[in-house]
Ligand binder design. Structure first.
Ligand SMILES: Cc1cc2nc3c(=O)[nH]c(=O)nc-3n(C[C@H](O)[C@H](O)[C@H](O)COP(=O)(O)OP(=O)(O)OC[C@H]3O[C@@H](n4cnc5c(N)ncnc54)[C@H](O)[C@@H]3O)c2cc1C
Length: 556
């Protein structure tokens, strides 16, 4: 059932076997699996079916030092469906090495291995409508060449790993009917959890205090509670529930909110190929079910160990800068439309200012478009159709091969650091009186060295294999020399604030995602990841949520 919780009278007590706090991919996949047990479930999603100004405000917080992380209300969507309402849909599993204790990556090592997650990853891929869980180009596309670029792969860099793309599936829309028709689940739209009320001994959650608006609280008394609010809010809810346990729930070892990780990502350099028209699998490929897949460059585990760096991947990307050096008409056309429309939306004054400030770049884009003439419109309409009018969306528009300008995007693991953390900002509360967050993300030398090593190995391999050349602009060189100067954006990959560990002194949850010192409280989401891999987090978030649902079904 899906209900409007604004109809619930203040002071009401609701009982259930399981209370799920959150309404994103983690919460919904957990609910879908758990309700198969027939047991009663209440899900409070922290919002309704639309994003609202008050919902955005609940996510606001502080970033220290200012500007070192994107504003906290950006990239996180407080509503039913959570961030799957806007996600891109890239599905990538972690690699076996991500679970290992690596001597050169401090804080690495999971208490579980990838083999324990295989079936759940397959199920997560299915729920995300991303096809079968085969992430190897050699078996998914056996009739094509195995390498992305013929002659490129060696012991250190390989190109068979695949990413798969979800539709992208908005979990709140896709699974609404299933939850609506299930008699044993109550989705309480518009309800927020505002407090975890512990029993006097501090070892059990007695109830979750919830509300749709300030002062109209009601309670959910459940045998077990799972918090699935995203990595930043999971830590916030635990830290802010401190009436019984003064340092917060699960925080007896001062670990909640610590080891906050994300990914280092960006574009650095571009490749120019000897023959981009031949032996080069650049575009998205479709598997037998029509799922978009793409190959990527991966630094092998041997190379990671040899160079003592984090896990990292790369792939050819579209141009991100406003520059027109790529000489591609379609890219220039998109840049022009985006810049001018973006400016127009902000009013004529702002538009005029943008044109004035960027006149040289805009003129060079316009010249490139004019030179290509009408040819560009056919090209644009084909990709626009695939991107905007198909149920399964083309993941991104790539510049055509003939431009022979292939920017290299990298995405790297962020090594866990105790001092990279989120804590409560004692000077500011939200509408419900909950302290807001103060986020202090930190990186270490290995994070910067990983990117530098990858770029340098990539350049070396591309050139020694005779496949092409790799070019770094002065801005790229500067970025590699002084990476700490560059502003950081988490891209919504918020990871590690309630890390999983075998023992309570090393983390917040155990291998079943149960908060160590609390009998009936569990955590779902990327906050439990001890390390971040290079992989976008959602597939793993869902896999772990499904595993947790199976555990809870067995336990109850
Ligand atoms: C533009 C964009 C593109 C992305 N693309 C990709 C991609 O291609 N691949 C990928 O893997 N990932 C991608 N991501 C990240 C991905 O969306 C997230 O990793 C994923 O959705 C996280 O799921 P979650 O359920 O853990 O958290 P969220 O989606 O953040 O959901 C948290 C839920 O908890 C609720 N909530 C919060 N606080 C409370 C509270 N106090 N009480 C009750 N409920 C609460 C919220 O309303 C929300 O429903 C992208 C993100 C963005 C912004």
């Amino acid at each position: 059932m899906i209900e409007d919780a604004r109809q619930i009278a203040p002071g009401t007590v609701i009982e259930a076997d399981l209370c799920i706090v959150g309404g994103g991919a983690a919460a919904i996949s957990l609910a879908l699996e758990y309700i198969k047990s027939g047991r009663s479930t209440v899900l409070i999603p922290g919002g309704g079916p639309n994003q609202t100004a008050s919902g955005i405000d609940l996510y606001r917080g502080k970033v220290s030092p200012s500007g070192s992380h994107e504003p906290l209300e950006e990239n996180r969507i407080r509503m039913w469906g959570g961030t799957t309402t806007v996600w891109g849909g890239r599905c990538v599993p972690f690699d076996p090495i991500d679970f290992e204790k690596r001597s050169w990556v401090p804080g690495s090592g999971w208490p579980i291995g990838l083999h324990e997650l295989k079936d759940y990853i397959a199920h997560a891929n299915e729920l995300s409508e991303a096809g079968v869980a085969d992430f190897d180009a050699r078996s998914t596309f056996p009739d094509t060449q195995s390498e992305l670029l013929k002659g490129f792969d060696n012991d250190e860099l390989v190109t068979w790993p695949l990413e798969r793309w979800s539709i992208p599936t908005d979990y709140s829309k896709r699974y609404r009917a299933e939850l609506e028709s299930a008699a044993n689940v109550r989705v309480l739209l518009h309800a927020h959890a505002i407090h975890l009320q512990m029993d006097p001994g501090g070892t059990r959650v007695e109830h979750v205090r919830a509300a749709c608006s300030p002062g109209r609280d009601f309670q959910i008394h459940a045998k077990n509670t799972v918090i699935a609010c995203g990595a930043l809010e999971n830590a916030r809810l635990l830290l802010a529930s401190r009436d019984v346990l003064p340092t917060g729930v699960g925080n007896q070892n001062d670990l909640v909110g610590r080891y906050y990780q994300s990914h280092r990502f960006g574009v650095c350099g571009h490749a120019e190929l000897k023959n981009p028209g031949k032996d080069f699998i650049y575009d998205f490929e479709k598997d037998e079910e029509g799922v978009y897949c793409r190959r990527r460059f991966w630094l092998t585990p041997q190379a990671q160990e040899k160079h003592q760096v984090n896990n990292i991947v790369g792939f050819f990307f579209r141009t991100v800068a406003g520059t027109s050096e790529h000489r591609n008409a379609m890219v220039s056309m998109i840049m022009l439309v985006k810049t001018l429309l973006g400016g127009a939306k902000k009013g004529p004054k702002r538009l005029f200012q943008i044109i004035k400030d960027q006149r040289q770049e805009l003129a060079s884009h316009a010249w490139i478009v004019l030179k290509d003439g009408p040819g560009i419109f056919g090209q644009l309409s084909t990709v626009a159709y695939a991107r905007f009018f198909q149920k399964r969306r083309l993941p991104m528009i790539l510049p055509p091969k003939k431009a022979n300008w292939f920017p290299l995007f990298f995405q790297a693991e962020h090594a866990p650091l105790r001092d990279s953390r989120v804590l409560l900002d004692e000077s500011s509360v939200d509408d419900f009186g909950m302290p807001r967050l103060d986020v202090r993300v930190k990186f270490s030398e290995i994070d910067f060295r990983t990117v530098k090593t990858f770029i340098s190995l990539f350049k070396q391999r591309l050139e020694e294999s005779g496949v092409g050349t790799f070019h770094l602009s002065s801005a790229d060189e500067e970025f590699l020399a002084y990476p700490e100067r560059y502003s950081f954006n988490s891209n919504s990959h918020n990871i590690g604030t309630t890390r999983m560990s075998a023992t309570p002194d090393a983390g917040v949850v155990d291998e079943n995602c149960k908060v160590h010192a609390v009998e009936n409280l569990y955590v779902a989401g990327s906050s439990v990841f001890p390390t971040s891999s290079h992989a976008n987090p959602t597939l793993m978030i869902i896999a772990l949520a499904l595993r947790l649902a199976v555990h809870l079904k067995a336990r109850s």
